[in-house]
Design a protein around this ligand. Structure first.
Ligand SMILES: [Zn+2]
Length: 265
């Protein structure tokens, strides 16, 4: 006699399958974070964990209405969030644009870089961006911001905080901004001006060097200044073995590019 028993395969496979909600970002609880001074104008920004950001629309005694930060001159996304204390509720009207899942990182990094850039106007923006990435980004993060874009924005916002670039040769050298003893001389020759800088140790190395050689850096210089020239020295042992040591020993900033000026100096 044959007996029939319903197999239990379906139930077991259902138990083994992972809960789909574990791997779908949209099913995670939506969280909100207010980034102080997070907007380009330094206003607070509310960032929603699913990739949207809001700025304040109306602030009342007991509530704040935030509206989506996505806007242009002709269009504004209608999505809103109502905040009461630590409770945030999304409005019924959805966003009319895709989410940006890396938004919180972008806002935090941009804010950190902007603060650092305005408190130290001469520190290279690239270094500030690297530090902000290190502080805010984990290996598993994705949708990362464009570092070059953030560096450019940081430079733009501190543009007016730097002294104006020299427009001719009659500028004054801010000696307080140069380490003690590093500035050796400022020399005018014909229509050029040379600013000579070196440490005493570098000068001692040059004095004992058997050979000097030169190289130049151009891309960091602005108009009217054409070259940062490094003077290097090389020491070789008497029997000309392989061991050679070299060090950048002296720096000269010249306002005019001229091979004649560098020869024999
Ligand atoms: Zn929106």
């Amino acid at each position: 006699m044959l007996s029939f028993q319903r197999p239990r395969v379906f139930e077991e496979s259902a138990i083994d399958d992972p809960d789909p909600s574990d791997s779908i970002i949209e099913d995670r609880p939506v969280t909100y974070e207010i980034v102080k001074g997070g907007t380009a104008k330094g206003k607070d920004m509310l960032v929603e964990s699913i990739g949207f950001a809001y700025t304040q629309k109306i602030a009342r005694a007991n509530s704040v209405t935030w509206w989506c930060s996505k806007r242009s001159n002709s269009h504004r996304c209608p999505a809103k969030v109502l905040q009461r204390g630590n409770d945030f509720r999304r409005g019924a009207i959805p966003h009319d644009h895709p989410a940006d899942l890396g938004l919180l990182h972008k806002v935090k990094i941009a804010r950190q870089v902007k603060d650092a850039a305005t408190s130290d106007v001469y520190r290279p923006a690239k270094r500030l961006v690297e530090a902000a990435f290190h502080d805010n980004i984990k290996e598993t993060d994705f949708c990362l911001p464009n570092p070059e874009l953030i560096a450019r924005r940081a430079n733009r916002c501190r543009q007016t905080m730097r002294p104006p670039e020299p427009r001719g040769l009659d500028f004054s050298v801010e000696e307080d901004a140069i380490p003690d003893g590093f500035l050796l001389n400022v020399i005018r020759m014909d229509d050029a001006r040379h600013i000579i800088m070196a440490t005493q140790q570098q000068l001692r190395i040059l004095q004992t060097a058997k050979r000097w050689y030169l190289d130049g850096t151009f891309k960091v210089l602005r108009k009217n200044t054409t070259r940062i020239q490094h003077r290097h020295s090389t020491n070789s042992s008497k029997n000309y073995t392989e061991k050679r040591e070299s060090s950048p020993s002296r720096h000269a900033s010249s306002e005019r590019r001229s091979s004649r000026k560098y020869s024999g100096s």
